[in-house]
Design a protein around this ligand. Sequence first.
Ligand code: TYD
Length: 213
Amino acid sequence: MTNNIKKGKFLTFEGIDGAGKSTHIAYVAELLRQHGKQVISSREPGGTALGEKLRELLLQEKMHLETEALLMFAVRREHIAQVIEPALERGDWVISDRFSDASFAYQGGGRKLALDKLNALEQWVHPDLQPDMTLLFDVPLEVARARLDATRELDKFEQEKTDFFAGTRAEYLRRAAEFPERFRIIDSTRPIPEIRAHLDTLIAQLCADADPL
Ligand code: TYD
């Protein structure tokens, strides 16, 4: 998809497990609606009926690292075709709870799959599509851990060890430095009202850029 076909904007939410992004997704969707946007809120792995079935497997079953990476991108291909591209072409705004940066962070930074393989998959699956803005919710590993342990039964990724998440967080931060035009880092150790104020500013800016006077 080229940018001149794309009429809506594409926002992604990222961060290690326990970073707290989920708390803020509904808030941003509501903010965008207040700015008059039609909003589709989706997630990966998932986002389609097929993708949600594959999510079950991806989050529970042990599998070869490359199988995991290929399935993440297979889910993404379906999500783009069925949900993301049609919505953007209609002029809707799309929020996705995770996208390809998560594959680089988790399968690359966490599991150490070679980044050139992930780059090849990204080139195959979405050569012309990138998020307009990626909100990276960043916290130290100990904070994320503490938040996770307080909640429910942990999935396959959440059960990983500290060095896995150290690699995941480092890759997220490396990508944020590599693509500063689309990444915004949110300090997720801050109190929720402060994070919301930061989000208010970022979203107001994005909406102003989308609808210049
Ligand atoms: P998550 O987004 O954290 O959902 P929940 O808040 O319901 O737990 O769960 C998705 C998991 O999948 C998360 O641990 C990261 C992982 N993941 C990858 O490893 N690679 C990917 O490409 C994507 C999209 C997710």
